[in-house]
Ligand binder design. Structure first.
Ligand SMILES: [Zn+2]
Ligand SMILES: [Zn+2]
Length: 248
């Protein structure tokens, strides 16, 4: 497995990453040989706390991923980290078909209140199937299919590139190890397979609404999420890649 870290000279400030990465071009991570470069860094004070925004270029799909950085993460261990996949309908429009916006806000708020932390915002709309196809899947759900069956009907499966980009972003930021805010143990396995050090998991708990309860139950039942619907308030993580049994 390619290991981009170790090739990176350490720098003192986030801003210096831009100059460091100017000529960066490694063999990349995973089967898709994903390589990313830090292209721009700026302060981004937000209603959730003080952050820097680090904008990444990648060598595969032209998507401009970002890391929201709070505090000093470079060279740090056990950095609380959240991977969030872009969800236009949830993050921006406030859709109640999922709870992506709540998940993002809770993560930003928690991390903003900690000494340090990271939110990696992955431009993987609809878990990598794209916006139009996500709306098509919603349409199938409107007709009675559940979320997994809707994606199967459209011929989609998990997209591994999400993790390859994230793993390289963590290496680019010189993060030594992370605590991952997630309810999905598979995310930890995927990042570890790509050479990242994950010290542990921080549960990410969001209560269900009447609109997304069925969705969350489906994910718990069919996608292996650590959700206990009977005994505790449901947890959720709509922005995870779809996990289809028998195809992983
Ligand atoms: Zn690289
Ligand atoms: Zn969503």
């Amino acid at each position: 497995m390619a290991q981009p870290c170790g090739k990176f000279p350490s720098v003192d400030t986030l801003e210096q990453l831009v100059e460091r990465d100017r000529d960066h071009d490694c063999e990349g991570l995973g089967p898709h040989h994903i390589c990313v470069r830090v292209e721009a860094v700026a302060q981004l004070p937000s209603q959730f706390g003080r952050f820097h925004i680090v904008a990444f270029w990648n060598n595969r799909d032209g998507k401009e991923h970002v890391a929201m950085v709070h505090g000093d993460v470079m060279g740090s261990e056990d950095v609380p980290t959240r991977l969030h996949s872009e969800c236009l309908t949830g993050d921006v429009m406030g859709s109640l078909r999922c709870d992506c916006r709540d998940q993002l806000e809770v993560a930003m708020r928690k991390i903003g209140a900690m000494g340090r932390g990271l939110v990696l915002y992955m431009r993987q709309e609809g878990r990598g199937i794209g916006l139009i196809n996500k709306v098509r899947a919603y349409s199938l759900q409107d007709q009675g299919l559940d979320t997994v069956d809707a994606n199967i009907a459209l011929g989609f499966r998990d997209d591994e590139r999400d993790y390859e980009v994230a793993a390289h972003m963590l290496a680019s930021l010189n993060v030594s190890s992370i605590y991952l805010m997630t309810n999905n143990p598979r995310k930890i396995q995927e990042l570890e397979k790509l050479g990242r050090n994950v010290s542990g998991r921080i549960p990410h708990v969001i209560p269900a609404t009447e609109w997304n309860r069925h969705y969350l139950e489906t994910k718990a039942r069919r996608s292996g999420h650590q959700i206990e619907l009977e005994s505790t308030p449901p947890l959720s993580e709509q922005n995870d890649p779809v996990i289809i049994e028998g195809q992983s």
